[in-house]
Every structure is written in C-alpha cells, then in structure tokens.
Write a new protein. Sequence first.
Length: 97
Amino acid sequence: DVLCGRGSGPNDRVGNINFRNLVLSRKVEYLAATSRDAKGRIATNIVATIRTRGGRFLKKLSATQVKEAGFKRGKTVYELADEPAVLEKAKQTLRQN
C-alpha cells in the first residue's frame, strides 16, 4: 500500500518505495511530455500499475476523524484516498527532483 503523507513514516514503507521506483522509471517520459493530457495519462498509468499489483492509496485520518469513527484516541487509522488526491500524488511525485 502507498501511504499519502509526508515524513519518514510513509517514505520508509515498502509500498511507497515501490511507488517512487515506478515513478522514477517514468519520470523522463513525464518531463518530456508536452501536453497536460499526456502527463495525466502517465500518472494514471502509474496509479493503475500500483493497483494491478494489489496496492492501495491510503490517507491517514485526523484525530477528530478517528474519534468520530469510534476508534480509541491515539489510534492510527487509514482510509482509501479519493481519486483526485491519488492522481495529484502521482503527478507531484513525478514533478519532484
């Protein structure tokens, strides 16, 4: 699974490492693309590849959301990230140096 977020927690996970490696393999193609549509297709393909391999894109719930969902305080809970956020994560990762 790919955890959406910053810091060493998400970055050190196997799913995030595999995601970054996949992005790296497509980065030159992304940077050479001249249209937003072409760049979007590359990002969409990366997301689809992760999902084909059984991966999911998850986002961490805030403390308020955890409490409202009925979990214990301090519990770390993730939910599926929505599609626009997932595609933005892929595009942002492709743009980073």
